[in-house]
Design a binder for this molecule. Structure first.
Ligand code: NAP
Length: 255
């Protein structure tokens, strides 16, 4: 199909999704981006935008069919596992809609990856953080903070997108969003006396400056591995094709 004959729904909420929307709109593709509505002042992508959940798989199936989408691109964050699962199942149910997962590669190939402590989930991250230091820097997102509520810490620095009250007297919360620079990350970590950095394996360059900053300050890093998608058998069998580059998405649309 020629890309200009496509009607594409992008599940977004990431810098990569915005960049993809920008490229597709510039190429004349009919694009709508969907955001969950988690942050109060989201950076909006080019093209049409809708905000809010679909109401589960059923709601997404109806949305795709009623608006006659030809392509569904799941460009959500690597840790938005539920939305990715819904996308795969909904596309399986709408056989005429092609689906692609567009996701940035993780940090497993980062030069310092072997020096980090990789953990499977947030509970394990909290346990590893308690062992590694007393002044953690949490960059795992607002929704993850309850997992660290019982840390035996002197001071906890958390970075989140939207302003929020510190969860306790030992906490400092900074609100910011990437991209970040190494020098500013070093300053922030020194200013707060950070002795362990905690992150998800988000991947990409947008938020990776903290990893270089931690390496140059010789601060240990705890990394939460990406969740494995849990898909029903029928969907798992076919799988969902994955692209890491915008050029590969364009090639897929042209197929
Ligand atoms: P999630 O747990 O996978 O999804 C929970 C529910 O939120 C979904 O079932 C869906 O509701 C709704 N939803 C999620 N993404 C949506 C989208 N792009 N458009 C419309 N509805 C969406 O998601 P999450 O981890 O809370 O992440 C929410 C959003 O924030 C995602 O779009 C993601 O790209 C972005 N984000 C997430 C992280 C992270 O660490 N998880 C980091 C940065 C950005 P319904 O079932 O009602 O359709």
């Amino acid at each position: 199909m020629h890309p200009e004959a496509s009607n594409v729904l992008i599940l977004g909420g990431t810098a990569e999704a915005r960049s993809l929307a920008h490229t597709l709109v510039a190429a004349g593709v009919d694009v709508e981006s969907s955001l969950a509505g988690r942050v109060s002042n989201p950076r909006l992508p080019a093209g049409r935008v809708r905000i809010g959940g679909f109401g589960g798989v059923e709601g997404l199936v109806s949305y795709l069919q009623e608006r006659r989408f030809t392509h569904l691109i799941d460009a959500t964050h690597p840790f938005a596992a539920q939305m990715s699962q819904h996308a795969a199942v909904a596309a399986d149910r709408c056989q005429q809609i092609a689906v692609l997962r567009f996701v940035r590669p993780g940090w497993a190939d980062h030069p310092d990856a072997a020096t980090w402590q990789w953990v499977p989930d947030l509970a394990a991250a909290a346990a590893a953080t308690a062992q590694a230091g007393r002044r953690p820097f949490l960059t795992t997102g607002r929704q993850s903070l309850p997992s660290f509520a019982d840390l035996p810490a002197e001071h906890i620095l958390a970075r989140v997108v939207d302003p929020m009250a510190p969860p306790g007297p030992a906490w400092s919360v900074v609100h910011d969003r990437g991209p970040y620079e190494v020098a500013a990350e070093i300053y922030l970590m020194q200013h707060h006396g950070v002795d362990v950095v905690v992150t998800k394996d988000s991947g990409g360059d947008y938020t990776s400056a903290k990893l270089s900053a931690a390496a140059s300050l010789r601060i240990p890093v705890v990394v939460v591995s990406r969740p494995r998608p849990t898909l029903p058998g029928s969907v798992q069998h076919g799988g969902v094709a994955t692209a890491h580059r915008v050029a590969d998405v364009l090639a897929w649309l042209e197929e």
